[in-house]
Design a protein around this ligand. Structure first.
Ligand code: ADP
Length: 487
C-alpha cells in the first residue's frame, strides 16, 4: 500500500433512523463520539431513550406485519440486500475511513478486512433469502405434514465497538434474508458507520421501517431488550451484559443469541513451523489492537522451543508500527476509549506485580490518544489474572507447557470457550486437539480465518448460538409444523 495518508471522511449522518426518518431523540439529548487518536469529539449523536426505542419497535413491527418486507418475493429481498452490498463496495473508501476515524483501527485493516468481510456477509445471506425451505414429514395416519420456516419477527440487535461495520453486517444479513425487521443499537463508542450503512440501505431501496437504528448507551439497549414488541435479541459484547440481557428478556421470553468474550488458547507444539506460528501468534493477538473476542491471548508454547519462540515473538512485536491509523503503513492504532485504555493498563500492572516477565511494551505509546505498546509477558502461570481474564488489548501472555496430555486440560481450564488454535505438523495431534478443546472455533496452523459461510460462536460463557453460515440464519426463523387431514 502507498504511504500517502488517507484523508479523513466527511461525516454525513449524525441522526438516528426510525421508520425511514432521520431524527433526533424525543428526549432531545445527544452524546459525543470521541476520536481515540486525539481524544477530541468527532460528532454528537442522539441519546435514544425509551420513547425512541418504542417508536423504532413500532416502525419495525409495522414493517414486519403490514409492510412489504416479509411479504416480498424472497428473490427481491435478496436483490435489495445485494444492492446494499454493492453500494457499500462503491463507497468502500468512505466507509473504511469513517470506521478508522470512529474506532481508531488502521485504515489498511478497515479497507482489507472489515469492509470486504461485511460486504461478503451481506452477499452470502442475500443468496439465502430464497433458499429457506421446510420439510415434508411422513407422520402416522392419513395426513400431509410439512414444516415452514418463518421469520421470527422484530429483531433487536445490539453490537459492540470493535468491528462496528462487520458486526452490523453479521446481524443484518441473516435477519434480512429471513424476512425479519430490525432495531439496531450500535455501540456508544462507534455509532457513525452503522448510521451511514443505514443510509445506504435506504438508498438501496430497503423499505422504511425494515432497518431502524437507535443510538445510545447501555440503557437504550436495555429498553430494546425489555420491549414486548421485540421477538429476538442478538447481542455481541461482554458476558456480564449478556447476563443482564437474560434477566431483562425473561419477562417476554425472547429468543436470545449471544456472542461474548474469550480467553482463547493458542497452542504451539515443538514440531510446528516456527516462523508461521510466531506470525500467527502475533496476528492472533495484536490484530485490531487486541480488541478481538477470539484473540489468542493465552499463548501456550511447548518447552523445547519456548525460549527461541519467545525471542522471535518479541522481535516481531517490536516491529509493529503504531501511530496515525490513516497512514497506510500503520499496523496498530489506539484502543477505542479511555475506559478500555485504563483497564488494559491496570492488567499490565497486575501482570508485573503477579511476577510475569514483561519482555516488551508495558507502557503507553505517545502522550495523546489511547495507544498502548504491544506487550508480551513471558513466564506467565495459569492462575495469574493476565492468564485468566479477558484483557481486550495488545497484551500477550506466553505460558510454557510440557506435552500433549497436559495441554488439553490447561487449554480448557477457563470459563470461556470461543476459539482455539493449534500449530503442529502432526495431523493426529491436530485432530486430537481440535476434538478435545472446548471451543466454538478451532484453527489449525492458522488464526482468525473468518468466512460468512463458517459458523462462529462460543461454548460455555463465550456465547449462545452461532452466527454466520446456515445456522446463523436459523436464529432468525421460527419453525411451523402444518398437519392437514387427507380424509
Ligand atoms: P464492551 O465491554 O465490549 O463495551 P458491552 O457488553 O458493555 O461490551 O457493550 C456491548 C453493547 O451492549 C454496546 O452497544 C452497549 O451499549 C450495549 N449494552 C450495555 N449494557 C447493556 C444492557 N444492560 N442492555 C443492553 N445493551 C447493553
Amino acid at each position: 500500500m502507498a504511504s500517502t495518508k488517507v484523508a479523513a471522511p466527511t461525516i454525513r449522518q449524525t441522526n438516528m433512523l426510525i421508520g425511514g426518518k432521520w431524527q433526533e431523540s424525543l428526549g432531545g439529548k445527544r452524546f459525543p463520539t470521541v476520536n481515540p487518536v486525539n481524544e477530541k469529539v468527532i460528532a454528537d449523536v442522539p441519546d435514544g431513550n425509551e420513547a425512541d426505542v418504542d417508536a423504532a419497535v413500532k416502525a419495525a413491527r409495522t414493517a414486519f406485519e403490514s409492510g412489504p418486507w416479509n411479504k416480498m418475493d424472497a428473490r427481491d429481498r435478496g436483490r435489495l440486500m445485494n444492492k446494499l452490498a454493492d453500494l457499500m463496495e462503491t463507497n468502500l473508501d468512505e466507509l473504511a475511513a469513517l470506521e478508522t476515524l470512529d474506532n481508531g483501527k488502521p485504515i489498511r485493516d478497515s479497507k482489507t478486512a472489515d469492509l470486504p468481510l461485511a460486504i461478503d456477509c451481506l452477499r452470502y445471506y442475500a443468496g439465502w433469502a430464497d433458499k429457506l425451505s421446510g420439510d415434508t414429514i411422513p407422520i402416522r395416519g392419513n395426513y400431509f405434514c410439512y414444516t415452514r420456516r418463518e421469520p421470527v419477527g422484530v429483531a433487536g440487535q445490539i453490537i459492540p465497538w470493535n468491528f462496528p461495520i462487520l458486526m452490523a453486517a453479521w446481524k443484518w444479513g441473516p435477519a434480512l434474508a429471513a424476512g425479519c425487521t430490525i432495531v439496531m443499537k450500535p455501540a456508544e463508542q462507534t455509532p457513525l458507520t452503522c448510521l451511514r450503512m443505514a443510509e445506504l440501505a435506504q438508498e438501496a431501496g430497503i423499505p422504511d421501517g425494515v432497518i431502524n437504528v437507535v443510538t445510545g448507551y447501555g440503557q437504550t439497549g436495555a429498553a430494546i431488550v425489555k420491549h414486548p414488541g421485540v421477538d429476538k435479541i442478538a447481542f455481541t459484547g461482554h458476558y456480564e451484559t449478556a447476563q443482564k440481557i437474560m434477566v431483562d428478556a425473561a419477562g417476554t421470553l425472547k429468543r436470545l443469541t449471544f456472542e461474548l468474550g474469550g480467553k482463547s488458547p493458542n497452542v504451539v507444539f515443538a514440531d510446528a513451523d516456527l516462523d508461521a506460528a510466531v506470525a500467527g501468534a502475533e496476528f492472533g493477538l495484536f490484530f485490531n489492537q487486541g480488541q478481538c473476542c477470539c484473540a489468542g491471548s493465552r499463548l501456550f508454547v511447548e518447552q523445547p522451543i519456548y525460549d527461541k519462540f519467545v525471542d522471535k515473538l518479541v522481535a516481531r512485536a517490536k516491529t509493529r508500527k503504531l501511530g496515525d491509523p490513516f497512514d497506510p503503513k500503520t499496523t496498530q492504532g489506539p484502543q477505542v476509549d479511555s475506559d478500555q485504555f485504563q483497564k488494559i493498563m491496570s492488567y499490565i500492572d497486575k501482570g508485573k506485580t503477579e511476577g510475569a516477565h514483561c519482555l516488551t511494551g508495558g507502557t503507553r505509546f505517545g502522550d495523546e490518544g489511547f495507544f498502548i505498546e504491544p506487550t508480551v509477558f513471558a513466564n506467565v502461570t495459569d492462575n495469574m489474572s493476565i492468564a485468566r481474564d479477558e484483557i481486550f488489548g495488545p497484551v500477550l501472555s506466553v505460558l510454557p507447557f510440557k506435552n500433549a496430555d497436559e495441554i488439553i486440560e490447561r487449554a480448557n481450564s477457563t470459563y470461556y470457550g470461543l476459539a482455539a488454535a493449534v500449530w503442529t505438523r502432526d495431523v493426529a495431534k491436530a485432530h486430537k486437539f481440535a476434538a478435545s478443546v472446548r471451543a466454538g472455533t478451532v484453527w489449525v496452523n492458522c488464526y482468525d480465518v473468518f468466512d460468512a459461510a463458517a459458523p462462529f460462536g462460543g461454548f460455555k460463557m463465550s456465547g449462545m448460538g452461532r452466527e454466520c453460515g446456515e445456522i446463523g440464519l436459523s436464529n432468525y426463523t421460527e419453525l411451523k409444523t402444518v398437519t392437514m387431514s387427507l380424509t
